[in-house]
Write a protein that binds this ligand. Structure first.
Ligand code: GMT
Length: 401
């Protein structure tokens, strides 16, 4: 690490002196944590940092963007003895090679397992090297890494260990921070100073104009998810059937995952085949989100709800279940309508309002867009991570020298 230099205007050829070398670890998913990590990597690279992204495949959000992020696909050697190839070890080894070659200041693990473990191992090896200063570890908790997977007895002790061993831990909502403290923090051994840094959205790309040119037509609702049971897409179909019986209203379902076949069958049983469209995984979401009248989120638990925020940024109001951190994103009655997680009738009534009362939907949609711009703009969020990295490295200014 270079020594801090006195603040002064920086000519561009000196930019490298203040840029950080950041390694980001994430799952290569269409889902939230992979998206958040990819967007963060792209923005940090735009801001002049050297950013390496480590994963066992290229995250789709990164694959479809241009930028100078250095992607490391670490898949490991598929030796027949292994039941499945240990990608996390391949990622750890790759990080170590990069650190030995050119040094890494920060390792930012997205989703505790296995990435905080890989970061911890890489940092331990770097310390043992006694060469370059070892990287600092930031772990960002996203949701089920705490609420569903990380707290399963088969993983909980390790989740707790890597939370304690991280130099900084962030959570994407107050709700997730509280649940992490309740389940994983052993005061006074580990005071668990979890900083809440919410997810951000690219408000230029997720913009209402992506829906321009669409004639007002049949009322349309949209849902985006990985079709995991926690998203309750079959429940969503029930609510849609209840809210739209006898109408032509349509439902677009974006994404793929384990419940998809069950949902197709349920849509048939409910007589919805002609009004429900399964669009599969999509790389261009604004074009689907912006023209819709309402975005639906029916999860039984959700630490944040990034897809709802992306819809809000497109000016599309949200009807959602009031679970986890959803209420920190969607303000009930302002940028969307919330109901209890088991209140099917309440959810259907809210959906009916926003599908068929276009004035109300427009008012809430405009408020949703404002909220996305004012509270969750990507650049503001990235600045907070940058500040955190600088603090960990002992520098007060951003970008830190
Ligand atoms: O936790 C998951 O289910 C995975 C994760 C992901 O990779 O999609 O989703 C979580 O992280 C997102 C990004 O921070 C949040 O927007 C989601 O709310 C959260 N999912 C849950 O809490 C179920």
């Amino acid at each position: 690490m270079t020594d801090p230099i006195a603040p002064r205007a920086q000519p561009s050829h000196e930019r490298d002196r203040s840029a950080l070398k950041i390694g980001i670890l994430c799952h290569p998913t269409y889902g939230g944590s992979g998206v958040v990590a990819s967007e963060l990597a792209l923005t940090l690279a735009e801001r002049g940092h050297t950013v390496h992204l480590f994963s066992h495949d290229v995250p789709p959000r990164l694959a479809h963007a241009s930028g100078s992020v250095v992607m490391h696909v670490a898949q490991g050697f598929p030796y027949p003895l292994f039941h499945s190839t240990p990608h996390d070890l391949a990622i750890t080894s790759t990080i170590l090679s990069i650190h030995r070659q050119s040094g890494l200041d920060i390792l930012h693990a997205h989703y505790a397992l296995p990435h905080a473990v890989s970061a911890y191992l890489a940092r331990s090896a770097a310390i043992a090297d006694r060469g370059r200063p070892a990287p600092r570890i930031v772990t960002t908790l996203h949701g089920t890494d705490i609420t569903l997977v990380g707290n399963d007895p088969s993983y909980a002790p390790l989740t707790q260990f890597v939370i304690e061993q991280s130099d900084a831990v962030t959570a994407v909502s107050q709700n997730l921070a509280r649940r992490t403290r309740e389940n994983f923090c052993r005061v006074p051994l580990n005071p668990c100073a979890i900083e809440v840094i919410p997810n951000g959205v690219d408000t230029d790309r997720f913009h209402p104009s992506a829906g321009e040119g669409r004639e007002p037509g049949v009322p349309t609702a949209v849902h985006v998810s990985n079709f995991r049971p926690v998203k309750r897409v079959p429940w969503l179909l029930e609510a849609f059937a209840l809210a739209t019986a006898g109408t032509e209203a349509r439902l677009e379902l974006v994404g793929a995952g384990p419940d998809q076949q069950a949902c197709r069958a349920r849509a048939r049983e409910l007589g919805l085949e002609s009004r429900v469209e399964f669009l599969g995984e999509r790389n261009h979401l604004p074009e689907v989100l912006a023209p819709a009248d309402v975005f639906l989120l029916t999860s039984s638990d959700e630490s944040f709800g990034l897809s709802a925020l992306e819809a809000m940024s497109c000016g599309t109001p949200v009807v959602a279940t009031d679970v986890g951190g959803v209420g920190e994103v969607v303000e009930d009655g302002v940028s969307g309508l919330l109901s209890g997680p088991d209140d099917l009738a309440g959810f259907a009534a809210n959906l009916k309002i926003l599908l068929f009362d276009r004035r109300r939907a427009r008012t809430l949609g405009q408020a949703a867009r404002r909220r996305a711009e004012e509270q969750f703009a990507r650049v503001t969020v990235v600045q907070r991570y940058e500040d955190l990295y600088c603090r960990l490295l002992g520098h007060a200014r951003t970008p830190c020298p």
